[in-house]
Design a protein around this ligand. Structure first.
Ligand SMILES: [Zn+2]
Length: 409
Protein backbone atom coordinates (compact mmCIF):
# COMPACT_ATOMS: atom_id res chain seq x y z
CA UNK A 1 0.00 0.00 0.00
CA UNK A 2 2.80 2.34 0.93
CA UNK A 3 4.48 1.59 -2.35
CA UNK A 4 1.38 2.71 -4.28
CA UNK A 5 1.10 6.01 -2.35
CA UNK A 6 4.77 6.72 -2.99
CA UNK A 7 4.30 5.98 -6.65
CA UNK A 8 1.22 8.27 -6.82
CA UNK A 9 3.11 11.10 -5.16
CA UNK A 10 5.97 10.73 -7.56
CA UNK A 11 3.71 10.67 -10.61
CA UNK A 12 0.79 12.89 -9.56
CA UNK A 13 1.36 15.44 -12.24
CA UNK A 14 1.43 12.80 -14.93
CA UNK A 15 -1.80 11.17 -13.68
CA UNK A 16 -3.66 14.51 -13.62
CA UNK A 17 -2.43 15.28 -17.10
CA UNK A 18 -3.69 11.96 -18.45
CA UNK A 19 -7.15 12.45 -16.85
CA UNK A 20 -7.45 15.96 -18.26
CA UNK A 21 -6.50 14.74 -21.69
CA UNK A 22 -9.17 12.00 -21.55
CA UNK A 23 -11.85 14.58 -20.62
CA UNK A 24 -10.79 16.86 -23.45
CA UNK A 25 -10.82 14.01 -25.95
CA UNK A 26 -14.35 13.04 -24.82
CA UNK A 27 -15.65 16.59 -25.33
CA UNK A 28 -13.87 16.93 -28.62
CA UNK A 29 -15.48 13.73 -29.89
CA UNK A 30 -18.98 14.81 -28.87
CA UNK A 31 -18.60 18.20 -30.51
CA UNK A 32 -17.07 16.72 -33.61
CA UNK A 33 -20.02 14.35 -33.93
CA UNK A 34 -22.61 17.14 -33.73
CA UNK A 35 -20.44 19.26 -36.06
CA UNK A 36 -20.62 16.57 -38.69
CA UNK A 37 -24.41 16.43 -38.34
CA UNK A 38 -24.70 20.16 -38.79
CA UNK A 39 -22.57 20.42 -41.88
CA UNK A 40 -24.22 17.37 -43.42
CA UNK A 41 -27.62 19.01 -43.01
CA UNK A 42 -26.20 22.21 -44.41
CA UNK A 43 -24.70 20.42 -47.38
CA UNK A 44 -27.98 18.63 -48.08
CA UNK A 45 -29.89 21.87 -48.22
CA UNK A 46 -27.34 23.36 -50.59
CA UNK A 47 -27.51 20.27 -52.75
CA UNK A 48 -31.33 20.50 -52.87
CA UNK A 49 -31.14 24.12 -53.89
CA UNK A 50 -28.51 23.36 -56.46
CA UNK A 51 -30.56 20.53 -57.87
CA UNK A 52 -33.55 22.76 -58.33
CA UNK A 53 -31.81 25.74 -59.78
CA UNK A 54 -28.73 24.43 -61.60
CA UNK A 55 -29.04 20.74 -62.20
CA UNK A 56 -31.05 20.79 -65.41
CA UNK A 57 -29.21 23.65 -66.99
CA UNK A 58 -25.69 23.10 -65.76
CA UNK A 59 -25.47 19.37 -66.09
CA UNK A 60 -27.31 19.16 -69.35
CA UNK A 61 -25.53 21.99 -71.07
CA UNK A 62 -22.01 21.90 -69.72
CA UNK A 63 -21.06 18.49 -68.43
CA UNK A 64 -23.94 16.52 -69.93
CA UNK A 65 -23.83 16.85 -73.68
CA UNK A 66 -21.30 19.13 -75.28
CA UNK A 67 -22.31 17.94 -78.74
CA UNK A 68 -25.88 19.01 -78.15
CA UNK A 69 -24.84 22.30 -76.58
CA UNK A 70 -22.73 23.27 -79.55
CA UNK A 71 -25.34 22.01 -81.99
CA UNK A 72 -28.02 24.16 -80.36
CA UNK A 73 -25.68 27.07 -80.42
CA UNK A 74 -24.98 26.58 -84.09
CA UNK A 75 -28.65 26.12 -84.93
CA UNK A 76 -29.47 29.33 -83.11
CA UNK A 77 -27.28 31.26 -85.49
CA UNK A 78 -28.31 31.78 -89.07
CA UNK A 79 -25.55 30.26 -91.11
CA UNK A 80 -24.41 32.03 -94.23
CA UNK A 81 -21.28 31.73 -96.33
CA UNK A 82 -19.02 33.71 -93.97
CA UNK A 83 -20.15 32.10 -90.75
CA UNK A 84 -19.61 28.58 -92.05
CA UNK A 85 -16.02 29.52 -92.88
CA UNK A 86 -15.73 30.85 -89.35
CA UNK A 87 -16.82 27.50 -87.96
CA UNK A 88 -14.29 25.68 -90.11
CA UNK A 89 -11.64 28.10 -88.87
CA UNK A 90 -12.77 27.56 -85.29
CA UNK A 91 -12.72 23.78 -85.69
CA UNK A 92 -9.24 23.93 -87.16
CA UNK A 93 -8.14 26.17 -84.32
CA UNK A 94 -9.43 23.77 -81.67
CA UNK A 95 -7.71 20.90 -83.44
CA UNK A 96 -4.35 22.61 -83.71
CA UNK A 97 -4.73 23.60 -80.07
CA UNK A 98 -5.09 19.93 -79.13
CA UNK A 99 -8.76 20.34 -78.14
CA UNK A 100 -9.79 17.49 -80.41
CA UNK A 101 -13.15 16.84 -78.76
CA UNK A 102 -14.33 20.40 -79.38
CA UNK A 103 -13.17 20.23 -83.00
CA UNK A 104 -15.05 16.94 -83.39
CA UNK A 105 -18.23 18.52 -81.94
CA UNK A 106 -18.12 21.43 -84.33
CA UNK A 107 -17.54 19.28 -87.41
CA UNK A 108 -20.18 16.75 -86.39
CA UNK A 109 -22.75 19.45 -85.84
CA UNK A 110 -21.97 20.94 -89.25
CA UNK A 111 -22.45 17.53 -90.88
CA UNK A 112 -25.79 17.13 -89.14
CA UNK A 113 -27.15 20.49 -90.31
CA UNK A 114 -29.88 20.33 -92.89
CA UNK A 115 -29.26 23.63 -94.63
CA UNK A 116 -25.69 23.32 -95.83
CA UNK A 117 -24.46 22.49 -99.30
CA UNK A 118 -23.17 19.02 -100.17
CA UNK A 119 -19.67 20.37 -100.74
CA UNK A 120 -19.63 21.90 -97.24
CA UNK A 121 -20.87 18.61 -95.83
CA UNK A 122 -18.08 16.74 -97.59
CA UNK A 123 -15.58 19.27 -96.30
CA UNK A 124 -16.92 18.81 -92.75
CA UNK A 125 -16.60 15.05 -93.06
CA UNK A 126 -13.01 15.43 -94.21
CA UNK A 127 -12.24 17.75 -91.31
CA UNK A 128 -13.84 15.26 -88.92
CA UNK A 129 -11.63 12.50 -90.29
CA UNK A 130 -8.58 14.70 -89.72
CA UNK A 131 -9.75 15.34 -86.13
CA UNK A 132 -9.93 11.59 -85.47
CA UNK A 133 -6.57 11.12 -87.19
CA UNK A 134 -4.83 13.84 -85.15
CA UNK A 135 -6.53 12.65 -81.97
CA UNK A 136 -5.13 9.17 -82.48
CA UNK A 137 -8.55 7.52 -82.99
CA UNK A 138 -7.16 5.40 -85.81
CA UNK A 139 -10.17 3.15 -86.41
CA UNK A 140 -12.59 6.09 -86.55
CA UNK A 141 -10.22 8.05 -88.76
CA UNK A 142 -10.00 5.16 -91.24
CA UNK A 143 -13.77 4.76 -91.25
CA UNK A 144 -14.40 8.47 -91.80
CA UNK A 145 -11.78 8.84 -94.52
CA UNK A 146 -13.43 5.90 -96.27
CA UNK A 147 -16.82 7.62 -95.91
CA UNK A 148 -15.37 10.66 -97.67
CA UNK A 149 -14.15 8.45 -100.52
CA UNK A 150 -17.61 6.89 -100.82
CA UNK A 151 -18.97 10.33 -101.64
CA UNK A 152 -16.08 11.38 -103.85
CA UNK A 153 -13.21 9.06 -104.83
CA UNK A 154 -11.06 11.79 -106.31
CA UNK A 155 -9.56 12.97 -103.01
CA UNK A 156 -5.78 12.90 -103.17
CA UNK A 157 -5.10 14.05 -99.58
CA UNK A 158 -7.62 11.64 -98.14
CA UNK A 159 -6.10 8.66 -99.97
CA UNK A 160 -2.66 9.88 -98.94
CA UNK A 161 -3.76 9.97 -95.29
CA UNK A 162 -5.08 6.42 -95.55
CA UNK A 163 -1.76 5.35 -97.08
CA UNK A 164 0.11 6.91 -94.18
CA UNK A 165 -2.14 5.30 -91.54
CA UNK A 166 -1.92 1.81 -93.05
CA UNK A 167 1.84 2.13 -93.41
CA UNK A 168 2.06 3.31 -89.79
CA UNK A 169 0.11 0.32 -88.50
CA UNK A 170 1.96 -1.93 -90.96
CA UNK A 171 -1.19 -3.22 -92.60
CA UNK A 172 0.68 -3.83 -95.86
CA UNK A 173 -2.28 -5.24 -97.80
CA UNK A 174 -4.32 -2.10 -97.26
CA UNK A 175 -1.26 0.12 -97.67
CA UNK A 176 -0.78 -1.52 -101.06
CA UNK A 177 -4.45 -1.03 -102.12
CA UNK A 178 -4.52 2.66 -101.26
CA UNK A 179 -1.09 3.31 -102.78
CA UNK A 180 -2.43 1.86 -106.04
CA UNK A 181 -5.47 4.10 -105.71
CA UNK A 182 -3.18 7.08 -105.08
CA UNK A 183 -1.19 6.35 -108.21
CA UNK A 184 -4.44 6.49 -110.23
CA UNK A 185 -5.65 9.77 -108.71
CA UNK A 186 -2.34 11.64 -108.56
CA UNK A 187 0.36 12.33 -111.09
CA UNK A 188 3.28 11.22 -108.95
CA UNK A 189 4.88 7.91 -109.75
CA UNK A 190 4.25 5.53 -106.85
CA UNK A 191 6.16 2.54 -108.23
CA UNK A 192 9.13 2.81 -105.86
CA UNK A 193 6.89 3.05 -102.82
CA UNK A 194 4.64 0.20 -103.95
CA UNK A 195 7.75 -1.90 -104.41
CA UNK A 196 8.82 -1.11 -100.85
CA UNK A 197 5.39 -2.03 -99.49
CA UNK A 198 5.46 -5.37 -101.30
CA UNK A 199 8.95 -5.99 -99.94
CA UNK A 200 7.65 -5.35 -96.42
CA UNK A 201 4.97 -7.98 -97.03
CA UNK A 202 7.56 -10.35 -98.43
CA UNK A 203 9.88 -9.78 -95.46
CA UNK A 204 7.20 -10.94 -93.05
CA UNK A 205 6.88 -14.19 -95.03
CA UNK A 206 10.66 -14.53 -94.97
CA UNK A 207 10.87 -14.13 -91.21
CA UNK A 208 8.27 -16.91 -90.87
CA UNK A 209 10.22 -19.16 -93.23
CA UNK A 210 7.45 -19.08 -95.87
CA UNK A 211 9.86 -18.64 -98.76
CA UNK A 212 7.43 -19.45 -101.60
CA UNK A 213 5.02 -16.69 -100.58
CA UNK A 214 7.96 -14.39 -99.96
CA UNK A 215 9.16 -15.07 -103.49
CA UNK A 216 5.72 -14.32 -104.95
CA UNK A 217 5.40 -10.88 -103.31
CA UNK A 218 9.02 -10.09 -104.07
CA UNK A 219 8.50 -10.76 -107.79
CA UNK A 220 5.54 -8.37 -107.67
CA UNK A 221 7.81 -5.80 -106.01
CA UNK A 222 10.32 -6.11 -108.85
CA UNK A 223 7.55 -5.57 -111.38
CA UNK A 224 7.02 -2.10 -109.87
CA UNK A 225 10.63 -1.15 -109.19
CA UNK A 226 13.89 -2.89 -108.32
CA UNK A 227 14.38 -1.09 -104.99
CA UNK A 228 17.47 -1.77 -102.87
CA UNK A 229 15.45 -3.49 -100.18
CA UNK A 230 13.93 -5.77 -102.84
CA UNK A 231 17.37 -6.74 -104.07
CA UNK A 232 18.67 -7.46 -100.59
CA UNK A 233 15.69 -9.71 -99.91
CA UNK A 234 16.22 -11.48 -103.22
CA UNK A 235 19.84 -12.06 -102.20
CA UNK A 236 18.63 -13.69 -98.99
CA UNK A 237 16.17 -15.85 -100.92
CA UNK A 238 19.00 -17.03 -103.19
CA UNK A 239 20.88 -18.08 -100.07
CA UNK A 240 17.94 -20.07 -98.70
CA UNK A 241 17.51 -21.93 -101.97
CA UNK A 242 21.23 -22.53 -102.44
CA UNK A 243 21.56 -20.47 -105.62
CA UNK A 244 25.04 -19.39 -104.64
CA UNK A 245 26.22 -18.18 -108.08
CA UNK A 246 23.15 -15.95 -108.45
CA UNK A 247 23.80 -14.67 -104.92
CA UNK A 248 27.40 -13.75 -105.77
CA UNK A 249 26.36 -11.89 -108.92
CA UNK A 250 23.62 -10.04 -107.11
CA UNK A 251 25.94 -9.05 -104.26
CA UNK A 252 28.39 -7.62 -106.78
CA UNK A 253 25.61 -5.74 -108.54
CA UNK A 254 24.30 -4.34 -105.23
CA UNK A 255 27.72 -3.19 -104.08
CA UNK A 256 28.43 -1.52 -107.41
CA UNK A 257 25.09 0.28 -107.43
CA UNK A 258 25.00 1.20 -103.76
CA UNK A 259 28.47 0.98 -102.18
CA UNK A 260 27.24 3.03 -99.22
CA UNK A 261 24.89 0.18 -98.25
CA UNK A 262 27.74 -2.31 -97.93
CA UNK A 263 27.74 -2.79 -94.16
CA UNK A 264 23.94 -2.80 -94.08
CA UNK A 265 23.79 -5.57 -96.67
CA UNK A 266 26.00 -7.81 -94.55
CA UNK A 267 24.06 -6.92 -91.41
CA UNK A 268 20.77 -7.84 -93.15
CA UNK A 269 22.13 -11.21 -94.19
CA UNK A 270 22.67 -12.25 -90.57
CA UNK A 271 19.15 -11.36 -89.35
CA UNK A 272 17.39 -14.21 -87.59
CA UNK A 273 14.33 -15.96 -89.04
CA UNK A 274 12.09 -18.92 -88.26
CA UNK A 275 12.65 -22.11 -90.23
CA UNK A 276 13.67 -25.73 -89.61
CA UNK A 277 17.14 -25.98 -88.08
CA UNK A 278 18.69 -27.57 -91.20
CA UNK A 279 17.45 -24.70 -93.37
CA UNK A 280 18.85 -22.10 -90.98
CA UNK A 281 22.20 -23.85 -90.70
CA UNK A 282 22.71 -24.20 -94.41
CA UNK A 283 21.58 -20.59 -94.92
CA UNK A 284 24.24 -19.27 -92.53
CA UNK A 285 26.84 -21.59 -94.05
CA UNK A 286 26.13 -19.91 -97.41
CA UNK A 287 26.30 -16.45 -95.79
CA UNK A 288 29.84 -17.31 -94.62
CA UNK A 289 30.65 -18.50 -98.12
CA UNK A 290 29.37 -15.25 -99.62
CA UNK A 291 31.42 -13.19 -97.16
CA UNK A 292 34.56 -15.15 -98.12
CA UNK A 293 33.76 -14.47 -101.77
CA UNK A 294 33.50 -10.75 -100.97
CA UNK A 295 36.86 -10.77 -99.16
CA UNK A 296 38.72 -12.14 -102.20
CA UNK A 297 36.79 -10.01 -104.68
CA UNK A 298 39.10 -8.20 -107.02
CA UNK A 299 37.13 -5.19 -108.14
CA UNK A 300 39.34 -2.10 -108.10
CA UNK A 301 36.49 0.43 -108.41
CA UNK A 302 34.49 -1.20 -105.68
CA UNK A 303 37.19 -0.84 -103.04
CA UNK A 304 37.52 2.86 -103.74
CA UNK A 305 34.44 3.31 -101.55
CA UNK A 306 35.19 3.85 -97.84
CA UNK A 307 32.05 1.92 -96.88
CA UNK A 308 33.09 -1.13 -98.86
CA UNK A 309 36.64 -0.98 -97.45
CA UNK A 310 35.32 -0.70 -93.92
CA UNK A 311 33.00 -3.66 -94.44
CA UNK A 312 35.95 -5.63 -95.73
CA UNK A 313 38.15 -4.65 -92.77
CA UNK A 314 35.44 -5.56 -90.27
CA UNK A 315 34.75 -8.91 -91.90
CA UNK A 316 38.48 -9.66 -91.93
CA UNK A 317 38.74 -8.81 -88.24
CA UNK A 318 35.68 -10.97 -87.54
CA UNK A 319 37.62 -13.88 -89.01
CA UNK A 320 40.73 -13.00 -86.96
CA UNK A 321 42.64 -11.83 -90.05
CA UNK A 322 44.13 -8.67 -88.51
CA UNK A 323 47.20 -8.67 -90.78
CA UNK A 324 45.04 -8.74 -93.92
CA UNK A 325 42.73 -6.08 -92.48
CA UNK A 326 45.77 -3.88 -91.85
CA UNK A 327 46.93 -4.44 -95.41
CA UNK A 328 43.49 -3.56 -96.81
CA UNK A 329 43.35 -0.30 -94.90
CA UNK A 330 46.94 0.60 -95.65
CA UNK A 331 46.60 0.10 -99.37
CA UNK A 332 43.45 2.22 -99.31
CA UNK A 333 45.24 4.97 -97.40
CA UNK A 334 48.12 5.02 -99.85
CA UNK A 335 45.86 6.43 -102.54
CA UNK A 336 43.15 8.13 -100.47
CA UNK A 337 43.14 10.79 -97.81
CA UNK A 338 41.05 9.56 -94.87
CA UNK A 339 38.45 11.98 -93.54
CA UNK A 340 36.28 9.28 -92.08
CA UNK A 341 36.63 9.06 -88.30
CA UNK A 342 35.42 5.51 -87.98
CA UNK A 343 37.99 4.42 -90.49
CA UNK A 344 40.70 6.08 -88.40
CA UNK A 345 39.40 4.34 -85.28
CA UNK A 346 39.45 0.98 -87.09
CA UNK A 347 42.99 1.72 -88.16
CA UNK A 348 44.11 2.53 -84.60
CA UNK A 349 42.43 -0.63 -83.29
CA UNK A 350 44.31 -2.66 -85.86
CA UNK A 351 47.61 -1.05 -84.93
CA UNK A 352 46.95 -2.01 -81.29
CA UNK A 353 46.04 -5.59 -82.32
CA UNK A 354 49.29 -5.84 -84.23
CA UNK A 355 51.26 -4.23 -81.36
CA UNK A 356 52.68 -1.42 -83.49
CA UNK A 357 53.26 0.91 -80.53
CA UNK A 358 54.97 3.86 -82.23
CA UNK A 359 52.33 3.93 -84.95
CA UNK A 360 49.52 3.83 -82.34
CA UNK A 361 50.94 6.80 -80.46
CA UNK A 362 51.42 8.90 -83.56
CA UNK A 363 48.08 8.08 -85.20
CA UNK A 364 46.02 8.41 -82.01
CA UNK A 365 47.46 11.81 -81.11
CA UNK A 366 46.73 12.98 -84.64
CA UNK A 367 43.21 11.52 -84.53
CA UNK A 368 42.24 13.01 -81.16
CA UNK A 369 43.29 16.50 -82.16
CA UNK A 370 40.89 16.33 -85.12
CA UNK A 371 37.99 14.46 -83.51
CA UNK A 372 34.47 15.65 -84.24
CA UNK A 373 31.33 14.86 -82.31
CA UNK A 374 29.89 11.43 -82.92
CA UNK A 375 26.63 11.05 -84.78
CA UNK A 376 23.77 8.65 -85.19
CA UNK A 377 24.26 5.91 -87.77
CA UNK A 378 21.52 7.09 -90.12
CA UNK A 379 19.72 10.24 -91.10
CA UNK A 380 16.99 11.28 -93.52
CA UNK A 381 18.17 13.25 -96.55
CA UNK A 382 14.74 14.82 -96.86
CA UNK A 383 14.07 16.13 -93.35
CA UNK A 384 17.25 15.42 -91.37
CA UNK A 385 15.64 12.87 -89.04
CA UNK A 386 18.34 11.03 -87.04
CA UNK A 387 18.29 7.41 -85.94
CA UNK A 388 20.43 4.39 -85.25
CA UNK A 389 17.66 2.20 -86.67
CA UNK A 390 17.28 1.36 -90.34
CA UNK A 391 14.27 3.13 -91.84
CA UNK A 392 13.17 2.53 -95.43
CA UNK A 393 10.34 4.88 -94.69
CA UNK A 394 11.26 7.97 -92.67
CA UNK A 395 9.22 8.05 -89.44
CA UNK A 396 9.26 11.83 -89.49
CA UNK A 397 8.47 12.92 -93.04
CA UNK A 398 7.15 9.50 -94.27
CA UNK A 399 9.24 9.59 -97.44
CA UNK A 400 10.58 6.29 -98.69
CA UNK A 401 14.26 5.47 -99.16
CA UNK A 402 15.64 8.82 -98.02
CA UNK A 403 17.94 7.11 -95.52
CA UNK A 404 21.58 8.15 -95.53
CA UNK A 405 24.36 6.33 -93.75
CA UNK A 406 27.24 7.60 -91.75
CA UNK A 407 29.76 5.57 -89.87
CA UNK A 408 29.41 5.72 -86.13
CA UNK A 409 32.40 5.90 -83.75
ZN1 LIG B 1 12.50 12.32 -93.26
Amino acid sequence: MEIYINWLQDHLLAVVAVCLTLVLVYHYLIEKDSGVKLSKRYRNSIFEAQSKVFLNATQYLISGNRDLAIREFLNAVDINRETIDTYFALGGLFRSNGEIEKAISIHRSLIARENISESDRLRSLKELAIDFDKGGFIEKAIETYKDVLKINRDQYEVIQSLCRIFEDIEDWDQAYNYRIMLSKVGHENQAETISHILVQKAKIYFSKGEFAKCHEDLEDAFRFAPSVSAKILRLKLFLTSGSIEEAKNLLLELLKEHPMYASFIFESLTEKFNAPEDTINSYFERVRHLKDFFLVMDEKDLFESPSVILSKVRLQKEKGMSDEAYKSLNSYMESNEIHNEVMKVEYIKLLIDLDLKDEVMKTTADFLSNLNQSHTKHYCSNCGYNSDEIFWRCPQCHEWETIQFRWKV
